[in-house]
Ligand binder design. Structure first.
Ligand SMILES: CSC[C@H]1O[C@H](OP(=O)(O)O)[C@H](O)[C@@H]1O
Length: 340
């Protein structure tokens, strides 16, 4: 398999390295991944995260194991185990299904390698396409807002929603981005702030509960978010807190866009009510942990509700920015997502 180098994934010379996103931005630690068990732990602990990135990393590992001589039976189990690592981001399932199809070919090692390389390269191209389409929606001087992290760390390319901001910035548009810190795991405060800072894009970090008053003051022109799964009717799951933003945007007449590659589409899923939502550990809400250490502030006996995602209905979406173009409510109502 050829070298595959992205912001959070590095494959070269039979070695797969994964950047530990849980420790960013203060520590850059690369973990070598050599087993399915290690990959599943990295995915479930969000040391590697981001809907496209987890599917890409798992695919590269499977191909690497195949080149190392792992049996077809073990690879079948490995694909099945990886597929179940996290339940919401459909990219992971789509990638594992593609790898399973490759495994069923007679020359399965070559087929797995070709498929993993294609998944990687296609994601890079899709990121550029989304960024190009999305940047056309941004005007010079726009105040933008985003949630969670959807940059290069979460993909094999420049990202989804953050890639749109990068292309607008590179086109010379003067933009400012309000960055939701994104409780409970702070992907915005840790990762989006890190990426926008590296790209020299002007941003201001806010707590999630501050977005409403900014919109009330007319300080937000457009919101761009990512997605983990888009249903056939245009409803989509994304990091918890996205639905809050969609409702607020609708109330304050702020344009609200979702940015995702077609590998995030699940046309077998009729609507958002059918999207499985990952529930995560209480400790993520009762306190915080990371490269800075950890502390728990809530009472030990506190009951906790910690869904990793929520679902935004299509009727709150201004536009869907995909790698195949920008689609509007009438398009989606007419079933265009099923034809992509
Ligand atoms: C382009 S990443 C899409 C999506 O994935 C993130 O979730 P997580 O950080 O739990 O992997 C977030 O929902 C992003 O919008």
């Amino acid at each position: 398999m050829k070298a595959l180098i992205a912001a959070s994934i590095k494959y070269q010379d039979n070695q797969l390295l994964i950047l530990d996103q849980y420790l960013l931005p203060h520590e850059q630690v690369w973990h070598e991944c050599e087993s399915i068990r290690e990959m599943i732990h990295l995915i479930q602990s969000l040391q590697i995260r981001g809907a496209p990135a987890i599917g890409i990393a798992a695919s590269i590992l499977i191909a690497m194991l195949a080149e190392r001589g792992t049996s077809k039976m073990e690879l079948t189990q490995a694909i099945s185990d990886c597929r179940a690592a996290r339940p919401t981001a459909v990219n992971l399932m789509n990638c594992m299904d593609a790898m399973q199809q490759a495994l069923e070919q007679s020359e399965f090692v070559d087929a797995l390698v070709i498929t993993a390389e294609s998944i990687f390269e296609q994601d890079r191209l899709m990121c550029d396409a989304m960024a190009t389409f999305g940047a056309q929606l941004i005007n010079d001087g726009d105040n933008l807002l985003t949630h969670c992290n959807t940059g290069a760390l979460a993909t094999a390319g420049v990202g989804t929603a953050l890639g749109v901001f990068l292309h607008a910035h590179q086109a010379g548009k003067n933009i400012h981005v309000w960055v939701d810190e994104t409780r409970p795991l702070l992907q915005g405060g840790r990762l989006t702030a890190y990426e926008l800072g590296n790209w020299k894009i002007d941003y201001t970090l806010i707590c999630d509960n501050m977005a409403a008053s900014l919109m009330a003051k007319g300080k937000v022109d457009k919101i761009f978010v990512g997605a983990d799964r888009i249903a056939a009717n245009g409803d989509f799951a994304n990091k918890v807190g996205t639905y809050n933003l969609a409702v607020l945007a609708n109330f304050h007449n702020v344009e609200f866009y979702v940015v995702a590659p077609v590998t995030t589409l699940d046309i077998d899923c009729e609507s958002g009510t059918h999207i499985p939502i990952e529930q995560r550990a209480s400790s993520e809400v009762t306190g915080v942990s990371g490269s800075f250490g950890s502390c728990q502030w809530a009472p030990k006996q506190a009951k906790v509700y910690n869904p990793a995602f929520d679902v935004t209905p299509a009727n709150l979406v201004t536009g869907w920015v995909l790698d195949t173009g920008v689609y509007y409510p009438q398009d989606v109502l007419n079933g265009c997502l099923k034809t992509l």
